[in-house]
Design a protein around this ligand. Structure first.
Ligand code: 17E
Ligand code: FE2
Length: 450
């Protein structure tokens, strides 16, 4: 592949504390899909070193904000666009009716149908700058249709998007028993044998507390034996006594896999009292557990047994963040029995989060994109190859803003997405300037391949 020089990038997301006012424009040289060099005044420095800079295709990013691609760390790709299937409509808007409606309709899906729907969802996410997705695949299905479909799609689309798959027992590890006596736990393990990246679970949905606790033991045991990551739907309820996150943190920590573990949703922390959280947060921090929050879904699904005052149902993102505990964000649903909207726009998800978690100090706004970038990559265990630095894959996005504040303030669109040096799409031809006669070739630039 030809070398490409991206100039005048306002690098937004580096380490904590990077802010709009101090960032300086940088250039990114890409060779064979990898960041060969990145820094200020790169053309001059390269020319001084004798590099044939005039033979390189140039794309001027015009001072726009550049960051690593967004991560959507919590999505159910097998459920997308099923909300209008006959019988799937969720009339109460509760999590539990969503699970019931899905369990009654999922048998009708085929591998082809799941792939087609999921592909549409992925394309939507890509156009919003997402290149990394963790998707759950419901394995409480004797045919494992969701998992088969998503494993195929993961391979077929890996040039466009990195997908991690969770072997997820939507109807419970010990509450679900299939037609041949197989438990949800058996199916989760089968999913790991088939190649799922993460072990899933749903302790708050199990029929009794003991099943929930047993499922957490099984999850940590499976992750250790199969050497996989963990992502548990954990305490997605307003019931403040749903406290499986403490068992998950303790067991994962003792197994030495806390940083490989994610607790998703953890809505009950939004209802728990402060004395409990005060004690718990030490354990969460020591375990280095990750959290995934789905602000739009849980604002919609939770508080359904309340009249007024009505709880928000969102985990303690502000307090977790202040403790130095990693929190990332997920779209969770796109038109499924749990949530009728959802379009993959992670800037919108972030906007909801900043409001519901009341995180709008100037520092919090300057740091906000990290929820979608480095925090996501940390959750996914992909931090090593993620940052914009020499030697890493040339994966980045360009936002239509000149500072992080402006990006968050304007809820700005993503105007270019680059993966392995290749432009997947660009929305703004005017910032894409080739230096006509000197350009060798820039085959993967505008209009992009999406
Ligand atoms: N399944 C679940 O258990 N929780 C959710 N929020 C969704 C599916 C969307
Ligand atoms: Fe979920």
């Amino acid at each position: 592949m030809a070398s490409i020089l991206f100039t005048n990038a306002h690098i937004a997301t580096g380490e904590r504390g990077t802010s709009a006012s101090t960032a300086m424009l940088q250039d990114i040289l890409v060779e064979d899909g990898t960041i060969a060099a990145i820094g200020k005044n790169l053309p001059d420095r390269l020319a001084a070193d004798g590099y044939a800079i005039d033979r390189v295709g140039v794309i001027d990013l015009g001072g726009k904000l550049v960051c690593p691609p967004f991560c959507d760390t919590h999505l159910h790709l097998d459920y997308v666009f099923t909300s209008r299937i006959p019988g799937a409509e969720n009339t109460t808007g509760t999590l539990f009716e969503g699970i019931q409606r899905w369990s009654e309709t999922k048998a009708t899906q085929t591998v082809e149908d799941v792939k087609a729907r999921a592909k549409t969802a992925i394309e939507k996410e890509l156009l919003h700058g997402v290149q990394f997705i963790r998707s759950h695949a419901d394995v409480t299905d004797p045919n494992l249709t969701s998992l088969r479909a998503l494993l195929e799609l993961k391979e077929e689309m890996h040039d466009l998007v990195t997908i991690q798959i969770v072997s997820f027992p939507q109807e419970g590890m010990y509450s679900y028993v299939g037609p041949h006596g197989e438990t949800g736990a058996d199916l989760v393990e089968e999913g790991l044998r088939m190649g799922a990246d993460c072990v899933g679970g749903i302790p708050h949905f199990e029929q009794c507390r003991e099943f929930g606790a047993r499922s957490i033991h099984t999850i940590v045991d499976l992750a250790s034996r199969y050497d996989r990551l963990i992502d548990v739907h954990c305490d997605e309820t307003d019931d403040p006594t749903s406290r499986y996150v403490e068992l998950l943190a303790a067991l994962a920590s003792q197994a030495g896999i806390g940083p490989m573990t994610t607790a998703s949703h953890t809505c009950s922390l939004g209802s728990a009292d402060n004395a409990y959280f005060f004690h718990l947060k030490k354990l969460l921090k020591n375990a280095q557990l990750n959290f995934a929050c789905a602000p739009t879904e849980n604002l919609y699904l939770q508080g359904r047994q309340d009249t007024y005052p009505k709880r928000r149902g969102i985990t303690r993102v502000k307090e977790l963040t202040e403790e130095g505990i990693n929190v990332s964000l997920g779209q969770d649903s796109m038109q499924d029995p749990w949530y009728p909207l959802g379009n993959g726009n992670m800037m919108l998800i972030l906007d909801y989060l900043l409001h519901v978690a009341q995180m709008m100090s100037f520092t919090e706004i300057d740091d906000a994109l990290q929820f979608l970038t480095i925090n996501g990559a940390t959750t996914l265990g992909m931090r090593d190859s993620y940052d914009l630095k020499q030697g890493n894959p040339a994966n980045f996005i360009v936002l239509d803003a000149s500072s992080v504040f402006e990006a968050v303030y304007e809820r700005c669109p993503v105007i270019r997405s680059v993966r392995n040096g290749r432009t997947l799409f660009t929305r703004n031809e005017t910032i894409c300037k080739h230096y006509a006669d000197q350009v060798i070739a820039c085959p993967h630039d505008a209009p992009g391949i999406l």
